[in-house]
Ligand binder design. Structure first.
Ligand code: UDP
Length: 239
């Protein structure tokens, strides 16, 4: 059966750890190549893809601050780390023959385009993957919040949050064998059950503007395509 996409435009949030594979730091090129191939399968269906990339595989602001660094300074370093990941991803797209552009929320014009919403939308309409780097451009935020924000700005129909776990569970599945995966859950129920879906700011924004979130595992081959085709994969958080 030919795959049919359930969405026209999506925002995919990839954490920095997703690029790390089995390593404890940095970028695993083979893992990046696989993720790029899977995103290519989605764009081949005509789906417009925006990506927000994290930086936790290189630097996390909270860790820097815990080491005594000024929090805002550490957060700017974290945002710069996301630019490196974005560039690695864009390079992998280029090698695969998929058109992609990086737009940064912090200006580094010699390196990547600045974030310009109208231009990002234009890239998407022309079939180019847009990788949003440097988070929101503000310290004290996370790339989860950037994903919700950019998702809202580009009019994405859904935010896909790629994680290590294949959805949201009633308890920690690594500790509790009876933990059940939710196929679907409402924003209100997720709050009522105190389930961690995205960070609180990102979650609140998605809930306010009724932007659904699908949490799924990027380590499960084919999962991204199944989510995009609206199949039961991971957990759909809805209004
Ligand atoms: N960051 C920030 N503002 C943002 C996005 C990110 O200050 O809008 C910083 C923050 O220090 C964060 C780091 O960049 O720890 C990396 O982002 P994040 O932790 O969200 O990456 P992930 O966990 O997804 O790899």
């Amino acid at each position: 059966m030919t795959a049919v996409a359930a969405y026209r435009r999506i925002l995919l949030k990839l954490s920095g750890e997703a690029l790390m594979g089995e390593r404890s730091y940095g970028i695993d090129e083979a893992v990046v190549a696989r993720i790029v191939k899977e995103i290519g399968e989605v764009t081949a269906l005509g789906v417009q893809v925006g990506v927000v990339i994290g930086g936790g595989n290189i630097f996390r602001g909270m860790q820097g601050a815990a080491g005594g660094m000024d929090r805002a300074t550490a957060d700017y370093m974290g945002m710069l780390a996301t630019v490196m990941n974005a560039m690695a991803l864009a390079d992998a797209f280029a090698r695969t023959g998929i058109a992609a552009r990086v737009q940064s929320a912090l200006r580094i014009d010699q390196v990547v385009e600045p974030y310009i919403r109208a231009r990002a939308i234009r890239h998407l309409e022309e079939g180019r993957v847009v990788i949003f780097a440097a988070g929101t451009g503000n310290p004290f935020f996370t790339t989860d919040t950037a994903a919700a924000l950019r998702g809202a700005e580009i009019g994405a129909q859904i935010v896909l949050k790629a994680t290590k776990v294949d959805g949201i569970y009633s308890a920690d599945p690594t500790k509790n064998p009876d933990a059940q995966r939710f196929a679907r859950i409402s924003f209100d129920e997720a709050i009522g059950r105190n389930l961690q879906v995205m960070d609180a700011t990102a979650f609140a924004l998605c809930r306010d503007i009724k932007l659904p979130i699908n949490v799924f595992s990027i380590f499960k081959p084919g999962a991204l395509l199944r989510v995009v085709c609206g199949e039961d994969e991971g957990t759909l958080v809805h209004s």
